[in-house]
Design a protein around this ligand. Structure first.
Ligand code: PEP
Length: 253
C-alpha cells in the first residue's frame, strides 16, 4: 500500500503576507495517512517555512538549478534550498518544459541535483493535447521518464515521486478521466519497472495533476495506480486543498 502524497503548487501566486497566512492555514489542517507538501514561490520559502514549523507539512520548491554553485546568475541550488528547510523540489513541471523551454536533459540534471542534495524529487511528466490526439501519450511519458531515470541510483528511488500531469489539464479546468489517468499511470509504472526494477516501481508514488479539485479527487484517487495529487489552483485555498487530501481516505475506504 503506497502512502498518498499531495503537493500544493502555488506557482507565482501570493504576496508575502498571503503566503504566510496560507502556510499557517495548511499547517492548522489535520492530515491523516498522507504525506503533504506545499511549493510556494522561492522568495516566500522562509516565511512559509516559519508558518509550517512544527506541522507535518513539508516545505517544497518549484524548481532548482542543475548546478551546485558558481557563476549562474539568478539560479538557486538544491543545497541552498535544503539549508532553507526545503524537503522536496518539483522538477520538469510543464510550465518549465513548455513555457521556459527546459529540455529532457536539463530536467534529468536537475533531478540528479535534487536527489544528490538528499531531497525528494517530484518529477513531472505529461503529454500536450496535440500529442494526446496523435496517440502519443504513453510514448511521451516513456521518453520523459527514461530520460530522467536512466542511471538513477536505486537507493534514490525512495526519494522520488512521479507526477503525471497532462499539459492540457493543467490550469484549464479540464481533468483527465479516472480511466485515462489510470491508463497513463499504469503505463508509467511499467516503464519505471523496466528502468528501476519491479520493487521500486511498486513502491513509487505516481500522483496525478491537472485541475484536481474536491469534486473530482475521490474518483481519480480510487484508481489503483493514482497515489495522490499535485494541485495547483485548488491549493491556494487551504480548505479546498485539505478536502482533496481527505478524498484519499474516502477513495481507499
Ligand atoms: C500544477 O500546477 O501542477 C497543476 C496541476 O495545476 P492545476 O491544479 O491548477 O491544474
Amino acid at each position: 500500500m503506497r502512502r498518498p502524497f499531495f503537493g500544493g503548487n502555488w506557482k507565482m501566486n501570493t504576496t508575502r503576507a498571503e503566503a504566510a497566512e496560507l502556510g499557517r492555514a495548511v499547517a492548522r489542517d489535520a492530515f491523516s495517512g498522507v504525506d503533504v507538501a506545499v511549493f510556494p514561490p522561492f522568495v516566500w520559502l522562509n516565511a512559509v517555512g516559519d508558518a509550517l514549523a512544527g506541522s507535518p507539512v513539508a516545505l517544497g520548491a518549484q524548481d532548482c538549478s542543475q548546478h551546485q554553485n558558481g557563476a549562474h546568475t539568478g539560479e538557486v541550488s538544491a543545497s541552498m534550498l535544503a539549508e532553507l528547510g526545503v524537503a522536496a523540489v518539483l522538477v520538469g513541471h510543464s510550465e518549465r518544459r513548455h513555457d521556459v523551454g527546459e529540455p529532457d536533459d536539463l530536467v534529468r540534471a536537475k533531478l540528479a541535483a535534487v536527489l544528490d542534495a538528499g531531497l525528494t524529487g517530484v518529477l513531472c511528466i505529461g503529454e500536450t493535447l496535440e500529442q494526446r490526439e496523435a496517440g502519443q501519450t504513453d510514448a511521451v511519458n516513456e521518453r520523459q521518464l527514461r530520460s530522467a531515470l536512466d542511471g538513477l541510483p536505486g537507493a534514490a528511488a525512495d526519494r522520488l515521486v512521479i507526477a503525471y500531469e497532462p499539459v492540457w489539464a493543467i490550469g484549464t479546468g479540464r481533468t483527465a478521466s479516472p480511466a485515462d489517468a489510470q491508463a497513463a499511470h499504469a503505463a508509467a509504472r511499467g516503464v519505471i519497472a523496466g528502468v528501476l526494477g519491479g520493487g521500486a516501481a511498486d513502491a513509487m508514488r505516481i500522483i496525478y495533476g491537472g485541475s484536481m479539485k474536491a469534486a473530482n479527487a475521490a474518483a481519480l484517487l480510487a484508481e489503483p495506480d493514482v497515489d495522490g495529487g499535485l494541485v495547483g489552483g485548488a491549493s491556494l485555498a487551504a480548505a479546498d486543498f485539505a478536502e482533496i487530501t481527505r478524498s484519499a481516505a474516502t477513495a481507499n475506504a
